[in-house]
Design a protein around this ligand. Structure first.
Ligand code: MN
Length: 284
C-alpha cells in the first residue's frame, strides 16, 4: 500500500453551524502519525444572513483552491491523500484534485444528497452543493478547475434526508444520471451488496475511485458529533463494514475523505472515537 498523507481541512464555511473546523486538529492530535498537515480556513466573519444564498462563496473557493493544490501535490508525490474535515464543501477540492490527476468515480457515503445548485438551495449553506459541483453543475464553486466527475460514475450511499426542497435536489440528481442507494436499500440488501455495487459503478471505465465518507450517514445515537444529524441512519456495525470494504479495495481507492465531525456537537467523544477507528484501520 502507498504511503498515506493525512490532510486536515479545518473549515466550517459551508454550514451555518460552527465547530466542524475544529474537527481535524482534534482527530489528528489523537492519531500519533507524522505525515500530516492542516489547512485552515481564511479568517472571516461567516455570513449568517438567511437571504444570502451564496454564503461565504469567495472564502470557500479560496480555501478549496489551497486544498486542491495540496491534494494534487500529494497525488503527484505518489501518496494516498486522506482528508479529514471539516464540512463537506471541502470535498469539491479533494475529489476534483483526484479527478484532475486521473479519471475517477466517486462514492458519496452520506445521509444527504449534497446535490443542490445555486438555483435550488434554500439555505445558501454551501455544504449542500458539493456533489453537484463535482459533477460540474455548480461552477461558481469550482473556479480552480475545469475537469469534473462523470455523473454515471457517481454513487450516493445512505441517503435518507427529508429536506423541504428535496424534490428539486432529487430531480437534479436523477436527471444527471447519478446512482442513489438509500438507507432502505441498505436495509433490504445489506451494506456489503450495496457497497460492492457502488464500487462497480464508480470503477466502470475509470482508473479508480474517491470515497467521501460523511459521518452523518451513521445514526446519531452512535455518532452525534456532526453539524446536521439525521435520524434512522446506518448502524455502527454497518459503518465499520463500509470502512472494511474500503480497506479491502484500497488498491482502487485513489483518495479518501472523512468529513463533518463536529466536536461541539459530540457526546462523550463517541464520534471522535468512531472517526479515529475508521482512519486508523484504513491507514494500517
Ligand atoms: Mn455531506
Amino acid at each position: 500500500m502507498k504511503n498515506i498523507r493525512i490532510i486536515g481541512a479545518a473549515t466550517d464555511l459551508g454550514v451555518d453551524v460552527d465547530g466542524a473546523s475544529k474537527g481535524p486538529a482534534k482527530i489528528i492530535e489523537n492519531l500519533n502519525y507524522d505525515n500530516t498537515t492542516i489547512i485552515n480556513m481564511p479568517k472571516c466573519i461567516k455570513s449568517l444572513d438567511k437571504d444570502d444564498l451564496k454564503k461565504n462563496l469567495k472564502e470557500v473557493n479560496e480555501f478549496n483552491n489551497e486544498l486542491f493544490n495540496e491534494v494534487l501535490n500529494t497525488l503527484n508525490n505518489n501518496e494516498l491523500p486522506i482528508t479529514i474535515g471539516g464540512d463537506h464543501s471541502l470535498a469539491i477540492a479533494t475529489v476534483l484534485a483526484s479527478r484532475k490527476k486521473e479519471n475517477i468515480g466517486v462514492i458519496w457515503v452520506d445521509a444527504h444528497l449534497d446535490y443542490n445548485t445555486f438555483d435550488t438551495t434554500i439555505t445558501g449553506n454551501l455544504h449542500g452543493l458539493p456533489l453537484a459541483a463535482i459533477n460540474g453543475i455548480a461552477t461558481p464553486l469550482t473556479e480552480f478547475t475545469d475537469t469534473f466527475v462523470n455523473p454515471l460514475n457517481t454513487v450516493v450511499v445512505g441517503y435518507r434526508a427529508k429536506e423541504e426542497n428535496k424534490e428539486a435536489e432529487l430531480g437534479n440528481i436523477k436527471k444527471m444520471g447519478v446512482t442513489v442507494f438509500t438507507n432502505e436499500d441498505i436495509l433490504n440488501n445489506g451494506i456489503e451488496a450495496i457497497m460492492n455495487k457502488a464500487i462497480k459503478i464508480a470503477s466502470n471505465n475509470t482508473n479508480g475511485i474517491h470515497v467521501s465518507y460523511d459521518l452523518d450517514v451513521i445514526d446519531p445515537t452512535y455518532a452525534p458529533g456532526v453539524s446536521v444529524p439525521e435520524y434512522e441512519g446506518i448502524t455502527l456495525e454497518d459503518a465499520y463494514k463500509v470502512k472494511d470494504i474500503i480497506k479491502n479495495n484500497i488498491d482502487k481507492v485513489k483518495s479518501f475523505d472523512l468529513v463533518e465531525y463536529n466536536p461541539n456537537m459530540d457526546i462523550d467523544n463517541k464520534t471522535l472515537n468512531i472517526a479515529l477507528k475508521i482512519i486508523n484501520d484504513i491507514k494500517k
